[in-house]
Design a binder for this molecule. Structure first.
Ligand SMILES: *Cc1c(COP(=O)(O)O)cnc(C)c1O
Length: 351
């Protein structure tokens, strides 16, 4: 705190990212990165872009990348927005598309960046409790609001929602924008992009950080009606008109073009998730049904915090949230087969 801080900054409660420790031989299962690397074609494309051209600004509109994504999803380029990670895309969404006068609704257990953006942009947020199976109840979102946002699958629970239920929320809110944050959708959930042409109030965000294994490149995107996309463009061009550098643009494009790599690594994560779930259940853990690249789990006889600390002593890092309703849980990222074995061995030891 300093007298030079603006009142807004003094009031903020910023997001706490999962730690990125620099220790060797760590089994790092705390931030949902992909254990399998990005496509070799992505690396090749980035290498090809490194040269004298880096003295020039990148394409401010990322036209080629947006066209590639539009073709991939069967929409038009003016329905695609790209940003420097989906966190930046979400920031623009909060600023551009959520209305004052009624609170923005999101689940009580969800991505903790949403309340942070409410604080940054002076938006009132209201949490809506998940039911006792940790699911989103669509009827709870039929109440006055300035916007709705939730991830599908939800984080940190991993629990997914059927498209028909999402559609109910969209239909119940014709006068506000409903945002579906699909950071983990590629690990086994149907995308609501299938609905965007029917609902002008529906916006989908996605990231290349998880299923496409490019957390370090920082690329996220949004898909929706062109009027929603134009609103995001207006914020972008009032904030940072070159959010994606040249390396990110070509790397992201190559990622969407290498369907084989995407399919192969995604399936490997899904099958490891199922194996990890089975291994945990054998040790007496409750595991919520996950459609993400992580599992959310608790043991009836061991506190979440104790387990997280005991794992850390063995060089394994998982995420534990000191929050109501979920403090007994661990969020464990699906790792490589070897990492998952190390985790299961360590937990077997501990419990
Ligand atoms: C990881 C994650 C993001 C952010 O992704 P970036 O593109 O890396 O900024 C957004 N939403 C949810 C729910 C996430 O888990």
């Amino acid at each position: 705190m300093s007298r030079f801080w603006s009142p807004l900054i003094a009031r903020l409660a910023p997001y706490t990212p999962g730690e990125q420790p620099r220790m060797a031989n760590l089994v790092k299962l705390n931030t949902n990165e992909n254990p399998f690397g990005p496509s070799p074609k992505v690396i090749e494309a980035i290498r090809g872009e490194i040269g004298d051209n880096l003295r020039l600004y990148p394409d401010p509109e990322s036209e080629q990348l947006r066209q590639t994504i539009a073709d991939y999803y069967g929409v038009t380029r003016d329905q695609i927005f790209v940003g420097n990670g989906s966190d930046e895309v979400l920031a623009h969404v909060f600023q551009a598309l959520f209305q004052p006068g009624a609170p923005v609704l999101f689940p009580d257990i969800t991505y903790s960046f949403y309340p942070v953006y409410c604080g940054l942009f002076g938006i009132e947020g209201k949490t809506v409790p998940l039911n006792d199976k940790y699911q989103i109840e669509p009827s709870d979102y039929a109440q006055p609001n300035g916007g709705v946002i939730f991830p599908n699958p939800n984080a940190p629970t991993g629990v997914a929602m059927e498209l028909a239920l999402i559609e109910q929320i969209v239909q119940a809110n014709p006068d506000s924008v409903v945002v579906v944050d699909e950071a983990y959708v590629d690990f086994g959930t149907a995308s609501a992009i299938a609905l965007v042409d029917r609902y002008p109030n529906l916006l989908i965000t996605q990231t290349l950080s998880k299923a496409r294994s490019l957390a370090g490149l920082r690329v996220g995107l949004a898909v929706g009606h062109r009027d929603l996309i134009e609103a995001l463009e207006r914020v972008k061009n009032s904030f940072n008109s070159y959010p994606l550098d040249k390396l990110a643009q070509v790397g992201a494009q190559a990622a969407f073009e290498d369907e084989d790599w995407f399919e192969h690594t995604r399936q490997a994560v899904i099958s490891e998730r199922e194996r990890l779930t089975g291994g945990l259940q054998k040790q007496g853990f409750d595991v919520l049904p996950s459609k993400a690249n992580f599992v959310f789990t608790r043991h009836p006889a061991h506190a979440g915090e104790t387990l997280a600390l005991a794992l850390r002593e063995r060089g394994i890092i998982v995420r534990h949230f000191q929050k109501p309703r979920i403090s007994e849980f661990l969020r464990i990222t699906v790792g490589t087969p070897l990492q998952n074995d190390a985790l299961l061995d360590a937990l077997g030891d501990i419990v």
